[in-house]
Design a protein around this ligand. Structure first.
Ligand code: PNS
Length: 179
């Protein structure tokens, strides 16, 4: 007789997959990949890059808080900030799978370089590429910021909470730049 699903333990290091990124801000394309990943792994750890050298619209704390808020009813989705090498972070968290979204061929070269470098740093680490739903293949955080800043609508492209945060952020910027 087959064992009930609940007693099956995933192989070592496969308990959770890590989904790293800048998430400045998270888009519906990212959400789509996280939900797809959550169908394959018991837990997904969303790892938000903290990079003092890279200027971001939202602080690391905000980016983490926004994603936690979006997935507050899904305990299998965890969110943490990380800095330094991704390969080290993955090892510290006893994981071995990195999930990355691939939207178009143009993503491939950069992603291949990263995947191979991470493999070089930790041969046990595997990068799993996942395709978002076709309706998000044109979507990026940079485009969302640009379109929003120029007064365009990003409805349906980011979670509602992000739309609100963008509104607050840009309202704040207009106020401070006019003062
Ligand atoms: O959303 P992004 O900006 O495309 O994500 C890039 C990210 C965070 C995955 C990448 O920059 C990264 O892993 N940075 C951590 C530093 C590191 O490990 N660099 C070597 C990887 S090749």
């Amino acid at each position: 007789m087959r064992e009930p699903k609940t007693t099956m333990k995933p192989p070592e290091g496969m308990e959770r997959a890590v989904y790293p990124g800048s998430f400045d801000p998270i888009t519906n394309g990212h959400v789509d990949i996280i939900l797809r990943g959550a169908k394959l792994f018991p837990r997904i750890l969303v790892a938000v890059l903290e990079n003092p050298k890279k200027a971001t619209l939202f602080s690391t704390e905000d980016r983490v808080a926004f994603i936690r808020e979006i997935f507050k009813d899904q305990p299998q989705i965890e969110v943490e900030a990380f800095h330094g090498l991704l390969a080290d972070f993955i090892q510290d968290r006893e994981a071995r799978v990195v999930i990355r979204g691939l939207r178009a061929v143009s993503d491939f070269e950069y992603e291949l370089q990263m995947a191979l470098m991470n493999q070089q740093l930790n041969p046990d680490l595997e990068t799993l590429f996942m395709m978002p739903s076709a309706r998000y293949t044109f979507l990026s955080s940079s485009l969302v910021k640009e379109v929003f800043a120029l007064g365009g609508s990003v409805r349906g492209l980011v979670p509602e909470t992000i739309e609100q945060r963008l509104r607050e952020k840009f309202a704040g910027q207009t106020e401070s730049s006019s003062s």
